[in-house]
Ligand binder design. Structure first.
Ligand SMILES: [Cu+2]
Length: 141
């Protein structure tokens, strides 16, 4: 690995760690009652590729994909490793969100949302179990 690549990778890791710290910070505590350090470390350690569903979905995201008119809108988003996309359903039709064929949401009713955090670079295909015409691409760099 060249020095330049090493520096790039280290920079990305640092950026991801910063995002994790921000995400953990907004998960609990206030300025007058900060989150205990041990709690932050636990959350940071668990910050691998993950999805949360329902009312507890973390909304600290950089992009959204909305399920509407039997489509993912927009159909393309680009994020960086460590960043989060919020996938939500704004219509009465039931949808799922599958990332590269893996259902990460279960059935999503109107108003449901799921946060997906990218842990590795690549192109991820988003699909729905019920509507083969629904397709989106998340590009992670
Ligand atoms: Cu659908």
């Amino acid at each position: 690995m060249s020095l330049r690549n090493r520096i790039t990778r280290i920079t990305l890791a640092a950026a991801a760690a910063g995002l994790v710290a921000v995400a953990a910070a907004c998960g609990g505590g206030t300025a007058s009652n900060p989150t205990p350090r041990s709690q932050v470390q636990t959350k940071a350690g668990a910050a691998t590729q993950s999805a949360t569903t329902g009312a507890s979905a973390h909304t600290d995201h950089v992009a959204e994909i909305d399920q509407q008119n039997l489509a993912f809108m927009p159909s393309r988003v680009a994020i960086k490793v460590g960043e989060t996309v919020l996938i939500k359903n704004s219509e009465s039709a039931i949808h799922t969100a599958n990332i590269n064929g893996k259902n990460i949401t279960g059935n999503m009713k109107k108003g449901a949302s799921t946060a997906w955090t990218a842990s590795a670079a690549g192109e991820y295909k988003v699909s729905c179990d019920y509507h083969p015409q629904m397709s989106a691409t998340i590009t992670v760099s």
